[in-house]
Design a protein around this ligand. Structure first.
Ligand code: PEP
Length: 256
């Protein structure tokens, strides 16, 4: 694979500072046991309140830091929101956008997610844009239509700059596989990833499309990571539950 893999931990709304510190210390210890060498990029996305403290612990290590969401707006009267610049200010280089929980619980649609993506680029962050179908959509044969709609929305807001386009990360996360223990089969994941790659080729050209990383998310565990990551268009994972236990997260990293 010409793209470097990425394993990203989405800690969601879990962890006071002490617990977040303990979690990242466990990951750091595991990486040290591996001689500090891993075959993929590693990212952790703690809750906002723990980012700074986790950032101090990972300073000088290979682990990168990200946020789980951000506002589309510039600073101003937006109570309860946070800008991308606030994330970079505390050491983040990535931000997860359009996670299915944001879409289903907080009404984020693909246009808003796309505007947030533009704001993330503006603020110097690498966006990880999540897409995925519900169980009902899959069972009624609409998976690829849903994915087409969600992915199409990003193109009008992508920066013109080639390097920035190549930086983009997409995450295919079938909603029915998130936190359920049901994983898409490697073949199901590859089918959707190849479809997304095809859209990227059409819209951005093969040069850019072949650099964009497409992660799979949905009940990835140490025992299924390797086979999923072995698929040609799967460039790593966005990990929820298993990112909260150092041994599981490290086991997934070992999938590369
Ligand atoms: C997620 O929430 O992004 C996720 C993939 O969760 P889990 O790994 O727990 O299914």
């Amino acid at each position: 694979m010409s793209r470097r893999g990425l394993v990203a931990g989405n800690w969601k709304m879990n962890g006071l500072i002490e617990a977040a510190d303990a979690l990242v210390s466990g990951i750091l210890a595991g990486l040290a046991q591996r001689g500090g060498k891993v075959q993929c990029d590693v990212l952790v996305c703690p809750p906002f309140t723990a980012i700074q403290s986790v950032g101090k612990r990972i300073a000088g290590s290979a682990i990168k830091l990200g946020g789980q969401n951000m506002s589309e707006h510039t600073p101003g009267a937006h109570t309860g929101e946070i800008t991308g610049q606030m994330l970079t200010n505390i050491g983040c280089s990535f931000v997860i956008l359009g996670h299915s929980e944001r879409r289903s619980m907080y009404g984020e649609d693909s246009q808003l997610v796309s505007r947030k993506m533009a704001s993330a680029y503006r603020d110097g962050l690498t966006p990880i844009v999540c897409v995925g179908e519900t169980l009902q959509e899959r069972e009624s044969g609409k998976t690829l239509d849903v994915i087409r709609g969600q992915v199409s929305a990003i193109f009008p807001n992508l920066p013109a700059d080639t390097a920035k386009r190549e930086q983009l990360v997409l995450a295919y996360e079938p909603v029915w596989a998130i936190g359920t223990g049901k994983t898409a089969s490697p073949e199901q994941a590859q089918e959707v990833h190849a479809f997304i790659r095809g859209m990227l080729v059409e819209q951005l050209g093969g040069g850019v499309a072949n650099k964009v990383r497409i992660l799979y998310g949905g009940s990835v565990k140490p025992d299924n990571a390797k086979v999923i990551f072995s698929k040609p268009d799967v460039d790593g994972g966005l990990i929820g539950g298993a990112a909260l236990k150092p041994e599981d997260f490290l086991g997934i990293i070992d999938g590369f």
